[in-house]
Write a protein that binds this ligand. Structure first.
Ligand SMILES: *Cc1c(COP(=O)(O)O)cnc(C)c1O
Length: 374
């Protein structure tokens, strides 16, 4: 069993994807070819934003978003420490400081009740992460941001396709950023990403920043980056779009099925628990993650049963050497607790129910083994 099955989706669309790639090879516009604009139009429609700007990765989307907002040295950006490093990395790359705010223990997303206390005169933006595929509490976060005149950037790398109060992830704040890394809900076959916004000026800035700050050829009006998404990768995502709604539906169904099958274990085993999905949103399970006791033992037992697992993420960023300076080691106890207990199970749209049953049975056996040892 694979942790994430990337081969079956390709096999299902092989004819279309191969043809799309070959069209690019034949027309030869490998950079900023027609598929780039076509994908941006399709994704803006899908997400429900006025603008979509494709870029070279999810990390680059976050970086370009902050650059478009004018984040610079000495500024502060509020975010969560319980995320992939890229979220805080782009803040630090601009010479700004990530200010870490703890998470809600039941969703692992940033706790909006803790944000206001972290705002200072140097705060320039709030950057929530829609972890595991569930959008963060954007209504509360947007309200706080509005009171302080701050923009909000959603890190939607794991949640593209999820809905929140009837809107799509990526379309719930000033800017939404996603990733098309192969294992994300909408993956390409290399690196890719996109920004979403309704703000014309931000979209224009992002388009210029991704091509070295050019407003016209060799007219560099600002400092930018080389951040374009390859035409071939845009063609791959375009070819994958017709199956995406079905894949999202499978993710929701498999997530609900995992929840139903695992709920009895949560009642039985102290320390084992499930994430909460809030009623005003859904989760597309970029990762299907649970809380487990004695994680190393549980992972070893699952591995012995042929079930791959992963940990997202074992150490929160305020405890990582690159980001620990200037933050208090005790500031985010919820993130530390989650980092010690989370474990992700195999999840992809083509996971079969039989394989899912095997995962659940192996996990039940591993937990029973812990209870027997105790
Ligand atoms: C994957 C991911 C990123 C980075 O995306 P890349 O396309 O790999 O650069 C950023 N934030 C989160 C939460 C992610 O999961």
């Amino acid at each position: 069993m694979q942790f994430i099955d990337l081969k079956t989706p390709y096999a299902a669309l092989k004819t279309d994807i191969d043809a799309a790639i070959h069209r690019v090879l034949d027309h030869g516009q490998y950079i900023m070819g027609p598929e780039v604009q076509a994908l941006e139009a399709a994704l803006a429609t899908f997400a429900g934003t006025k603008h979509c700007v494709t870029v070279s990765s999810g990390t680059e989307a976050l970086l370009i978003a902050l650059m478009a907002l004018g984040v610079k040295a000495g500024d502060e950006v509020i975010t969560t420490p319980f995320t992939f490093a890229a979220t805080a990395e782009v803040i630090a790359l601009l010479g700004a400081r990530p200010v870490f705010v703890d998470i809600e223990p039941d969703t692992c997303n940033i706790d909006p009740r803790l944000i206001e206390a972290a705002i200072t005169p140097r705060t320039r933006a709030i950057m929530p992460v829609s972890l595991y595929g569930q959008v963060a509490d954007m209504t509360d976060i947007n309200a706080i941001a509005a009171r302080h005149g701050l923009p909000v950037v959603e890190d939607a790398a794991q949640s593209f396709g999820a809905t929140y109060q009837g809107r799509r992830s990526g379309a719930t704040s000033t800017i939404g950023c996603t990733s098309f890394f192969p294992s994300k809900p909408l993956g390409c076959y290399g690196d890719g990403g996109a920004l979403f916004t309704d703000d014309e000026a931000i979209a224009q800035a992002a388009r210029e920043i991704r091509v070295h700050g050019q407003s016209a050829r060799y007219t560099h009006t600002r400092v930018g980056v080389g951040g374009r998404m390859d035409t071939i990768q845009c063609a791959v995502v375009l070819a994958k779009l017709p199956r995406f709604e079905w894949e999202l539906q499978r993710r929701r169904e498999l997530g609900a099925r995992y929840h139903a099958l695992l709920a009895p274990l949560a009642a039985q085993h102290p320390g084992f628990g499930l994430l909460t999905v809030r009623p005003d949103r859904d989760c597309v399970w970029g990762q299907y993650t649970v809380f487990v006791p004695e994680r190393a033992k549980v992972q070893a037992a699952l591995q012995a049963a042929g079930i791959p697992t992963a940990v997202h993420y074992p150490k929160p960023l305020h405890h990582q050497a690159a980001y620990a300076a200037g933050c208090c080691p005790d500031c985010c106890p919820g993130s530390l607790d989650a980092a010690a207990r989370v474990m992700s199970l195999p999840m992809s749209p083509d996971l079969t129910e039989a394989d899912q049953d095997r995962v659940v049975a192996a996990l039940a056996e591993a937990l029973a083994g812990l209870a027997a040892d105790a």
